[in-house]
Design a protein around this ligand. Structure first.
Ligand code: HDE
Length: 734
């Protein structure tokens, strides 16, 4: 897992990649090359090179001498290197992605005639790119930010892109404001500080000046903005699209992807530390899960409204700062997205991936959502400056169905189109437009009447109801995290005007929140707030997610050992974790073989306590063994590991002599749980004094639940974090 060598990953990738008929992966194979020891180094123009080490020189008798400019090999290498960089994405520059497939399990032919959403026998290849928004390409993964969730469906009818986020609403209502919101969020213009952060004056100045952003900033101050993994985030299309059926009827639709693993987040202190300790945390997590065959999956859902219902709500359904609450418009889950194949090369397949909201297939259309319409212009436009006008010919972007037209030339054109004409109509009738029956995209005949004006409908003007709805729907822990997030962010705003006004704004959502934040960050404590309508929408809380099966698959469990550890307990935990598809990681005081008590075995740690940190795992297990426990008890970093994992609300398991070690480190005794006197538990710390099976087989049996210890330990991990610990105020140990 963490120690996988690239070669192993390659094998996994290729095994999963195996060619399939009509598949995007097969299509990519045309442009994919392997490098083997049998191949020989050549120039870009195909001539074999004798060395990659020495520039051609005018060598004098003492072997020194100037480089000769005439060396085409040396010049080619340097010149190609000089031009390796392309502009990074103007937003969402930091990201990573993977290939996979999409299937509908329930046809929605009542709503659309797009086969990608009606043909239940079809498997549509996809590429998905996840990203942060504000940071540049080399910034850290775990910063507080919105996450992008962009899906390219390579359908037989052409490419369809849903370019979504992990948050269902947006900061602004009209695309014309996009440059402002992004300028305000990106590093400030005078000193290019801060990187990948919304915690600065300009961001919050913008938020105050745009009441329409209120709903969105409540989401970005929630745990949604610090996901544990790309695999544990929802994806929302955000904008309102339309579906058209074969009767010519149109429905409004919002698209959602909901992860099988549930929606889970880091805790803030952990996110901050990871940004330095492992800036690629999310990128690696996605890669490793896929390489280990634990393919992340999402259920694909739609919220649908008939055209006739457009004006039935107290919000405008075309306003991207509003959700369609599920109690009013339930989500219908109709398909599944699965990611099962890592890219072979990051630059060509992830960096060069280009998404366009304007790319939809017949049966799917746009709405008059003013944000979406602006996006339809922007994405295509930005690809031209980032990748060039022929960006759709790049392997990752090109469709799997035929592409033929009279668009020609431009920089780096690849396709060679035979024939003497390059226009329509032509005397040969070559390449005529398609009819509706042949599958042409035909626009929905929407009636349009009105005047030209720069305005929005009145319903766009309610900027607070849904911000209140969101906050009201949070669990007590989520509310606490939102409070802490504001306290952090506004503390980073030095300008009293900025934080002073923002705490007043919070009173438009919740007076208690505003007062608590003002108390922390300064500014006048608000005395009065906007009346709160008191409504809740439970589906907005990530703690109230229905239908998620508890699992520990792909969770990292650190096992802390030193010489003299209890082999039986170690083996039991390791085997049970592996059997449950979790990832046990052995952590030693150094990365040298560690010997078990009585020479019962040995293990080679994956990492050592200083190199790896508790932030990088989901749970911690410390097996007994008197000598091992005593060594760890004397090691400050080991104690820090235990305290920090406890502070980050992680499940901790300990057996034998390690029970006392853990209890002393966190200062918390464990209490007996009712079903077994042996197993004790307190606030997600699970202990068992005696775990001394005779054999590995017995150890595995124990692990599978015979004593209840592993059961309890694993159940805790499957719950992600022990929130009760935080509510009891026990987590201040980090
Ligand atoms: Fe984007 N956005 N955006 N955006 N966006 C881009 O296109 C833009 C918006 C989103 O992994 C850019 O290829 C405008 C909402 C994602 O490659 C650019 C507006 C949502 C990605 C652009 C928005 C998004 C982008 C920059 C307001 C969630 C990364 C690079 C009208 C539904 C895609 C690029 C990837 C990228 C413009 C608002 C999501 C400049 C004008 C709302 C996930 O075209």
């Amino acid at each position: 897992m963490a120690g996988l060598v690239p070669e192993t990953m390659q094998k996994v990738t290729h095994a999963v990649l195996g060619p399939r008929e009509g598949d995007k992966l097969k299509d990519l194979a045309h442009d994919t090359k392997d490098m083997t020891p049998k191949d020989r180094l050549t120039t870009d123009y195909g001539v074999k090179q004798s060395t990659a080490d020495d520039w051609l020189k005018a060598v004098s008798p003492d072997q020194a001498g100037p480089l000769l400019l005439e060396d085409p090999f040396g010049r080619e290498r340097i010149m190609r290197f000089d031009h390796e960089r392309i502009p990074e994405r103007v937003v969402h520059a930091r990201g990573s992605g993977a290939f996979g497939k999409f299937k509908v399990f329930e046809s929605i032919e009542d709503l659309t005639f797009a086969p990608v959403l009606t043909d239940t026998t079809r498997e549509t290849p996809v590429f998905v790119r996840f990203s942060t928004v504000l940071g540049s390409r080399g910034s850290a993964d775990t910063v507080r930010d919105v996450r992008g969730f962009a899906v390219k469906f390579y359908t037989q009818e052409g490419n369809w892109d849903i370019i979504g986020n992990d948050i269902p609403v947006f900061f602004i209502q009209d695309a014309i404001k996009f440059p402002d919101v992004i300028h305000a969020g990106k590093p400030e213009p005078h000193n290019e500080v801060p990187q990948a952060q919304s915690a600065h004056n300009n961001f919050w100045d913008f938020q105050f000046n745009h009441t329409e952003s209120t709903h969105m900033f409540m989401w970005t101050m929630s745990d949604r903005a610090i996901p544990r993994s790309f695999r544990m985030m929802q994806g929302f299309g955000v904008n309102t699209y339309t579906l058209i059926n074969s009767k010519g009827e149109r429905h409004f639709v919002k698209f959602t992807f909901t992860p099988e693993l549930g929606v889970h987040s880091l805790v803030w202190d952990e996110a901050l530390k990871l940004a330095g300790q492992d800036p690629d945390f999310h990128r690696k997590d996605l890669w490793e899960a896929i390489a280990n065959g634990v393919s992340p999956k999402w259920r694909f859902g739609i919220q649908v409204l008939p055209e006739a219902d457009e004006h039935k709500f107290d919000f405008d359904i075309l306003d991207a700062t509003k959700v369609w609450p599920e109690d009013l418009v339930p989500t219908r889950y109709i398909g599944e997205l699965e990611l099962n194949c890592n890219p072979d090369e990051f630059f060509t397949q992830v960096e060069q991936a280009a998404f366009c909201t304007s790319h939809v297939v017949p049966g799917i259309g746009f709405s008059d959502d003013p944000l979406l319409q602006g996006r339809n212009f922007s994405y295509f436009d930005t690809q031209i400056s980032r990748l060039g006008v022929n960006f759709q010919e790049l392997p990752v972007n090109r469709p799997v169905c035929p592409v033929l037209n009279f668009n020609r030339d431009g920089a780096l054109r690849h396709t060679i189109t035979r024939g003497t004409v390059n226009y329509w109509p032509n005397r040969y009738e070559a390449c005529p437009p398609a009819s509706r029956e042949e599958g042409a995209y035909v626009e929905y005949p929407q009636k349009v009447a009105g005047i030209k004006a720069r305005m929005r409908s009145d319903k766009f003007k309610d900027h607070f109801s849904q911000a209140q709805l969101f906050y009201n729907s949070m669990s007590p822990v989520e509310k606490l995290h939102i409070h802490n997030a504001f306290a952090f962010e506004l503390d980073h705003c030095e300008d009293p005007v900025v934080y002073g006004r923002m705490v007043q704004r919070l009173a438009d959502i919740d007076l208690g929140l505003a007062q608590a934040v003002a108390d922390k960050v300064g500014g006048d404590v608000p005395r009065e707030g906007r009346p709160n309508h008191g409504r809740r929408a439970p589906a907005l809380s990530q703690h109230e997610f229905p239908g998620i099966k508890p699992t520990i698959a792909s969770r990292r469990i650190a096992i802390l050992v030193a010489d003299g550890y209890d082999q039986a307990a170690f083996a039991a935990a390791y085997a049970a974790a592996s059997a449950a598809l979790a990832v046990p990681l052995v952590i030693g005081t150094n990365r040298r073989k560690v010997t078990a008590a009585d020479g019962a075995g040995s293990t080679q740690p994956h990492h050592h306590l200083e190199g790896f940190r508790s932030t990088m795992v989901d749970a911690l297990f410390v097996p007994g063994g008197a000598q091992s426990a005593a060594t760890l008890a004397r090691n400050g970093r080991a104690l820090h590991w235990i305290r920090e994992a406890f502070g980050h609300l992680k499940t901790i398991g300990a057996t034998g002599e390690a029970v006392e070690l853990v209890q002393n480190a966190i200062g918390l005794p464990t209490v007996a749980v009712s079903d077994s006197a042996e197993v004790r538990e307190s606030y997600g710390v699970v202990t068992l004094k005696e775990l001394r099976p005779e054999s590995l087989r017995e150890a595995v049996a124990i692990a599978k639940g015979a004593t209840g210890f592993m059961e309890k330990f694993f159940y805790g991990i499957s719950q992600h974090r022990c929130w009760e610990r935080e509510l009891a105020g026990l987590n201040n140990q980090v």
